[in-house]
Design a binder for this molecule. Structure first.
Ligand code: SF4
Ligand code: SF4
Length: 460
């Protein structure tokens, strides 16, 4: 069985929503709150309050290559451009659009992915604003443009979906097999690569339907299916690459460094829509689950739908039972203060958990048991990272691999002392990034000073 070293086996809890077919849903307030930036460099709005917009119309963009444009997910009027709460409990600029009920669209013309130039195909992916939909929201066209000298031999369609509760990828594969395989075929054409659909064994019942679709389309020489052990965090880039290809992404490196690209199931669907329909990434599927839901669901909603606008219909909650709201899965997701946050391009699920499902206990001092070291699939030493951070030694934390940590939460899950490892790693990473940004700003200022004409003191 293909797998990786370390990892854990948390309760799957997928039975809550696994059999729930994907339903279309629209926000009850008939408005969407779309973050101006959802992956990549910051965008700038290209619409203003009062503008009428059509579904699919560009509303925010950046000239930077490492950016993904954003489009209106419904037709209507721009009501506000203001900061709003989003995942990770931050406030970012958002464009609020009120529906006019018309469903007017402004899509791009369809483009044949198998006859167009690779350059045009990558441009289409960029114009459609496609980002990785598994959570990281890395711009897809950047993944498809590896640096010179790096060749992508394999595209792994990551259908591991190893986070407990989440079932949207599983349902999408089961219900939209044709679209997923079409999207993967387009990605293979762009990259000139071989495709591998990676499924955890708890989803192996879908494999025959996927194989039948591959055979029907005559893609047998270009694609295969690989079953991997059901284990958390199987879907993390480094683990899936190691399990399937036995290749190790180097510290600080990218999948392209070992000849591979990893694509999410939803991303493959978005790629297919971008070419076949000319439709930008304006909608997505997500799982809404947890013990506090009367009926867990898999929904397909416009990007920017406020989670609160899906309650009490189609999502009904048990009275007084919600103890914790999580954006994402229970291992890597973010605890939210309330449900008034929008579904973004990277939102794969929202969980409403009861007290019983929520593991909240007091933290006690580290006992040096080393369980976190044995469980970390990236072979980091979480105990040493946390000790370095607690003593304020960022350099040592970096040397122990802080910046390579994928925040999977495995170490925290096994820690008998309930040390808040991941929360501190996130804060530590933010401190390192702030340090790097300050160093870069200082270097830029120094460079500008050196470049200024002599004799005027650099003043203009
Ligand atoms: S698992 Fe927890 S208690 Fe054990 S060494 Fe790691 S941080 Fe310390
Ligand atoms: S959160 Fe980071 S340190 Fe902890 S197990 Fe995951 S990768 Fe390792």
């Amino acid at each position: 069985m293909h797998t990786f070293k370390g990892g854990i086996f948390p309760p799957e809890r997928k039975e809550l929503s696994r059999d729930c077919a994907i339903e279309e849903a629209f926000p009850s307030s008939k408005t969407v709150t779309i973050p101006v930036t959802m992956g990549g460099a910051p965008n700038t709005p290209v619409v203003k309050v009062g503008d009428a917009v059509a579904k699919g119309q560009l509303i925010a963009k950046s000239d930077k290559f490492m950016s993904a444009p954003v489009h209106a997910s419904i037709s209507g009027t721009v009501k506000k451009i203001e900061t709003h709460l989003v995942t990770a409990n931050t406030e970012v600029p958002c464009i609020v659009i009120e529906s006019d009920g018309s469903d007017r669209t402004d899509y791009m013309p369809p483009l044949d992915p198998f006859t167009c130039d690779t350059k045009d195909a990558i441009e289409r992916v960029r114009d459609a604003g496609i980002v990785g939909m598994g959570g990281a929201s890395f711009p897809a066209h950047v993944k498809m443009s590896p640096p010179p000298g790096k060749e992508v031999e394999f595209v792994l369609l990551n259908a591991a979906e190893c986070e407990p509760y989440l079932t949207i990828d599983e349902r999408t594969l089961a219900e939209q097999t044709e679209k997923v395989i079409d999207g993967l075929a387009i990605e293979l054409k762009i990259m000139g690569a071989h495709g591998i659909v990676v499924l955890e064994t708890n989803k192996k019942y879908i494999a025959p339907a996927i194989q039948a679709e591959i055979d029907k389309k005559g893609y047998g020489d270009d694609m295969e299916i690989c079953l991997v052990k059901t284990k958390y965090p199987q879907g993390a880039e480094k683990n899936i690459t190691k399990a399937v290809l036995n290749r190790e992404i180097p510290a600080g490196g990218l999948p392209a460094d070992v000849g591979c690209m990893i694509s999410n199931v939803g991303t493959a669907c978005a790629v297919s829509d971008a070419f076949r329909l000319g439709k930008p990434l304006i909608e997505r599927g997500l799982t809404i689950s947890g013990g506090a839901c009367v009926t867990p669901k898999n929904l397909h909603v416009p990007i920017g739908t406020l989670v609160g606008d899906l309650i009490p219909s189609p999502v009904q909650l048990k009275n007084g039972e919600v103890c914790k709201i999580i954006s994402g899965g229970p291992m890597m997701g973010f605890a939210m203060t309330n449900a008034n946050f929008p579904v973004q391009k990277g939102t794969s699920g929202v969980l409403f958990l009861t007290k019983k499902e929520t593991y909240v206990t007091d933290e006690s001092p580290c006992i040096g048991c080393g369980r976190c070291v044995a469980a970390c699939s990236l072979r980091l030493t979480p105990v040493m990272i946390i000790r370095s951070l607690k003593s304020g030694d960022l350099e040592a934390a970096k040397n122990y691999g802080l910046m390579d940590c994928c925040e999977c939460g495995t170490c925290a899950y096994v820690c008998p002392a309930n040390v808040r490892l991941v929360q501190r790693f996130r804060l530590g990473k933010a401190a390192v990034r702030a340090q790097m940004a300050a160093a870069k700003a200082a270097a830029d200022a120094e460079k500008a000073k050196a470049a200024a004409p002599a004799g005027d003191g650099g003043k203009q």
